[in-house]
Design a protein. Structure first.
Length: 299
């Protein structure tokens, strides 16, 4: 029978185990995906894991990354990305949607739709983008309570702990990382490192799988996946890159269409109908429908 999501084609029985296996390697590029089509295209390009960014999701909703998205918003997007791709997905849960019990609920809800890993950060609510000024942090003890709660709620999900302390002191960020590992974090994410020396020091002093954020237009200098591999980082996320590219392309198209009243000039830039249908498996679903119809029709 034709394979589609409806009959289990994209189902992944062990997404968290797959993510942990990737975390034992080095230099794994993780593409940002915020909806079904971005997830499908990233998988088709060969990515082995995906990342649902709070910044990308909020931007897709025309909201700033200031803690305005809800658990339901994130859950719906995560469910779609997992369904569309079947790949291990790390979800940016910002500050965990509250305190310990809220974090536990977030873990359970996201794990129920096949999310492989959850990321929580040590900013106070409402949080800010990690590459902006004037971030306020919770105490190390408070963050450890959230990590411990997440670990207690998870059955297989990996817990990624992000610290924003490097904006003030790399020493503090590393100290917090050690505490977060003791509290149960499986992966450590030191946000907004500003130099290769900082990256080398984090790798040398933090004994856990490391996630690097290769976001654009921030505090962290551009580093290739090959360089992150050389530095010894396991996972490298590109959280908003595809959204930036897509947003620029859409803006240019809308401006041209409003100005010219004609989309013909953009036809070479568009996916054809056949290409789009191929990406979303249109004909596979159509064939599945026909096969099922044949099985129920009388002879």
């Amino acid at each position: 029978m034709t394979a589609t999501w409806l009959n289990g084609a994209e189902a992944n029985a062990s997404p968290a185990l797959d993510l942990r296996a990737l975390g034992s390697e080095q230099g794994i590029a993780v593409a940002g995906a915020w909806d079904g089509i971005s997830a499908v295209l990233a998988k088709r390009a060969g990515f082995r894991a995906l990342y649902l960014s709070g910044a990308a999701l909020s931007a897709s909703m025309a909201l700033p990354d200031l803690g305005l998205t809800t658990l339901e918003d994130v859950w719906r997007a995560a469910r779609t990305v997992v369904r569309a791709s079947g790949l291990p997905l790390i979800v940016d849960a910002d500050t965990g949607f509250g305190e310990a019990l809220n974090v536990m609920r977030a873990v359970r809800e996201l794990e129920s739709v096949g999310v492989a890993g959850i990321q929580i950060e040590d900013q106070q609510f409402p949080k800010k983008c990690g590459h902006l000024n004037d971030k306020r942090l919770v105490s190390t003890d408070d963050m450890c309570r959230k990590i411990s709660a997440a670990k207690r709620a998870a059955t297989t999900m990996a817990i990624c702990a992000r610290t924003d302390a490097a904006a003030e002191s790399l020493d503090d960020a590393i100290t917090r990382a050690h505490r977060y590992i003791d509290a149960g974090a499986d992966i450590i994410f030191v946000e907004a490192m500003t130099s290769r020396e900082d990256m080398q020091r984090v790798r040398a002093e933090v004994r856990a799988p490391l996630l690097a954020n290769m976001t654009e237009f921030g505090r962290t200098p551009h580093v290739s996946v090959a360089d992150w591999t050389e530095l010894g980082f396991e996972l490298v996320i590109y959280p908003v890159s595809a959204l930036r590219v897509a947003s620029r392309a859409m803006e240019k198209f809308y401006v041209a269409l409003a100005r010219d009243g004609n989309a013909e000039a953009y036809l070479p830039e568009m996916m054809t109908r056949a290409e789009l249908y191929d990406r979303i498996g249109y004909f596979d679903y159509e064939q599945l429908d026909a096969q099922i119809a044949q099985t129920v029709l009388p002879a």
